[in-house]
Design a protein around this ligand. Structure first.
Ligand SMILES: Cc1ncc(COP(=O)(O)O)c(C=O)c1O
Length: 382
């Protein structure tokens, strides 16, 4: 059996046509027809063909999108930003790029995403401690799972704190039918090589309106003022997506729905095939209102035996020797050495998940034969 990876890029076959057009017309720069058309495709996708009116800016990475989203929300030196602790470092690092400080909030056990109750505790706690409200809130849709975004938005609105949704892993996930990334003021997408769709590397920022989109584009292109010569009154960035990468993105958009359905099917197969294993839980959306894209299916062990650096890592190692890639769930930010001094509002959930959970192969290379093999090897190696 060839190595079965967690999730690798999968081309539709249509990408080359758009890339060829870019070469033929010499649009080999970080703007052009593919960038514009990819943004239109993304807008149709997130707006459900007219239900919403969000605008999208294509960028060089999801991390760049978080950075620019925070700038648009006015985050700067000395501010605090609340961020889900259970996530990849890219959710939090841009806070520090801006001279602001992260305040980490733990997860609840249903979705593994930001705990609304702890979020409110954190807001109250920071106001009591610093006399100032946090400047923004970053919930994350980990492994594609929708967060309890209604509750998070209700609290954020009550305290008048804007929300930037990190939907890097949640492309096409829905909460009550609405696409994740469209609830807050800004939403982030990632098209890194391992994501639901890819542009090799890339990301996008979902913006509330055309005015905001224009401003994001201004910051993404070195903040050049409209003068006949180069005039700069603010610090800008080189964050626009290349027209070549956007060509890949256009091709990927032709099969985005198929990719999502495939990941959901793989998850359903894990539920059916591993559901009867004692002490092993396949994480599922907690209710019908949450439609996960199941970018990565995850399992956790409640047997007290499979614990990270005890039995879980050797178990993952045995699967790796059998050519099956797995990965521990994210190590929470509040446990990362680099963030050891950041305030954190915790309940033990993310720490427990980190210690007892693994991501399973979920991408396009996982078909019936691979599932048979993965499930067999999991059962053999427990
Ligand atoms: C939760 C999360 N946020 C942000 C990012 C950053 O996206 P990118 O790699 O496109 O910069 C990623 C993925 O890489 C991610 O998984």
């Amino acid at each position: 059996m060839d190595r079965i990876n967690l999730c690798l890029a999968h081309m539709s076959g249509n990408e080359m046509q758009y890339i060829q057009e870019a070469f033929d017309t010499n649009w080999v720069v970080p703007l052009g027809p593919n960038v514009n058309a990819f943004e239109e495709d993304l807008e149709d996708f997130v707006n459900e063909n007219g239900a919403l009116d969000k605008k999208v800016v294509a960028l060089s990475a999801g991390t760049a999108a978080i950075h620019l989203g925070l700038i648009m929300l006015g985050v700067g030196k000395g501010d605090e930003v609340i961020c889900q602790s259970f996530t990849f470092a890219a959710s939090a690092n841009p806070i520090v790029y801006l001279g602001a400080s992260p305040v980490f909030v733990d997860s609840e056990p249903d979705t593994y995403n930001m705990d609304p109750q702890l979020l409110e505790d954190a807001i109250k706690g920071r106001i009591a401690k610093t006399g100032k409200k946090p400047k923004a809130i970053i919930p994350v849709y980990l492994y594609g799972m929708p967060a309890k975004i209604d509750e998070i938005m209700e609290i954020a609105c009550r305290y008048e704190i804007p929300v930037l949704e990190d939907a890097a892993e949640g492309f096409g996930s829905r909460y009550k039918g609405q696409v994740c990334g469209t609830f807050g003021t800004y939403g982030v997408m990632s098209f890194n090589g391992n994501k639901m769709i890819t542009t090799s590397g890339g990301g996008a920022l979902i913006c509330p309106d055309a005015e905001a989109k224009k401003r994001v584009m201004f910051y993404a292109t070195q903040a050049r003022e409209p003068y006949p010569y180069y005039q700069h009154e603010r610090i800008g960035y080189n964050y626009r997506m290349s027209n070549i990468c956007a060509g890949i993105g256009r091709g990927q958009m032709t099969v985005a729905d198929e990719h999502i359905k495939h990941h959901q099917w793989v998850h359903e197969q894990y539920v059916q095939r591993l559901g009867d294993v004692d002490g092993l839980i396949v994480h599922c959306a907690p209710g019908d209102e949450m439609q996960s894209n199941y970018w990565l299916s995850t399992i956790r062990f409640e047997d007290g035996k499979h614990v990270i650096s005890d039995d879980l890592l050797p178990f993952a190692e045995r699967l790796s020797e059998a050519n099956i890639e797995t990965r521990p769930l994210w190590k929470p930010m509040h446990l990362q050495p680099v963030y050891k001094d950041a305030p954190a509002y915790t309940n033990g959930v993310s720490e427990h998940l980190f210690k007892s959970g693994l991501c399973l192969p979920s991408g396009p290379c996982v078909r019936e034969a691979e599932l048979d093999y993965i499930v067999k090897k999991i059962k053999e190696n427990l």
